[in-house]
Write a protein that binds this ligand. Structure first.
Ligand code: IYR
Length: 231
């Protein structure tokens, strides 16, 4: 082994835990089965009010918390909202922003891009769905000694964690909507987060409504040849 003069005992690496090599066939099966499962995820805008046990949401958030991130500072916070009064407040604030958005804040080009989705300023799912998970990025976080330290790659880290969260919720059999009322700073105050927490996404989750529909447009996925280049 080459010597690593900068390493003190405190920072001594440990052997890679948990890694399990698979045969190439098994890798192929693993990749395929993940693709087969994740391709059945569809963003839903109509939710049932059926309750979902909190422990399922907790486990999915734990999974999100394992995401790769800047300097392992884990610069995120998940506010999971099941309280009807808080959901009502969030809906009112979000719809106020959406009314301004659809009535003129958005460019004509943007409104045109949204046409196939059929969205408007009404967001009843913010009250119907059993859980709203507000995902915050922390520009700085308190470390073990209580001192604040700057965080790095916050948007990237939060986005990757959100991907893990969405995949976990889907695996648990729940539908999701990545909702981004814009601007959504009102969430920092409603969730009682400090100013250095920036809301990135309001993830709505629960059972889909029995008659839930999706835009046909949303099922049109680019082919591998359009999204990837191999060298
Ligand atoms: N936040 C608005 C508009 C909206 C914007 C995009 I980009 C979408 O993919 C979907 C909606 C709304 O929720 O209606």
């Amino acid at each position: 082994m080459t010597s690593r003069p900068n390493l003190t005992t405190e920072f001594l690496p440990i052997p890679l835990p948990d890694y399990q090599e698979r045969s190439v066939d098994d890798m192929r099966r693993g990749a395929q089965s993940f693709y087969d499962e994740i391709r059945t995820r569809h963003t839903v805008r109509e939710f049932s009010d059926r309750p979902v046990p909190r422990d399922i949401i907790e486990t999915c958030i734990r999974a999100a918390g394992t995401a790769p991130n800047g300097a392992n500072h884990q610069p995120w916070h998940f506010s999971a909202i099941g309280d009807p009064a808080m959901k009502k407040k969030i809906r009112a604030a979000a719809e106020e922003e959406e009314r301004a958005f659809y009535a003129g804040r958005a460019s004509d080009e943007w409104i045109e891009a949204l046409r196939p989705l059929g969205t408007d300023d009404s967001k009843p799912f913010l009250e119907t769905a059993p859980w709203l998970i507000c995902i915050f990025g922390e520009r700085k976080s308190a470390s073990a000694d209580g001192k604040f330290r700057k965080n790095y790659y916050v948007p990237e880290s939060v986005s990757i964690a959100t991907g893990f969260l969405i995949a976990g919720l889907h695996r648990a059999g729940l539908a999701t909507l990545t909702h981004t009322p814009s601007p959504m700073n009102f969430l920092t105050e409603i969730c009682g987060r400090p100013d250095h927490n920036k809301p990135y996404i309001l993830l709505v989750t629960g059972y889909p409504a029995p008659d839930a529909t999706i835009p046909k447009h949303a099922t049109e996925k680019k082919d591998l040849s359009e999204i990837a280049t191999f060298f």
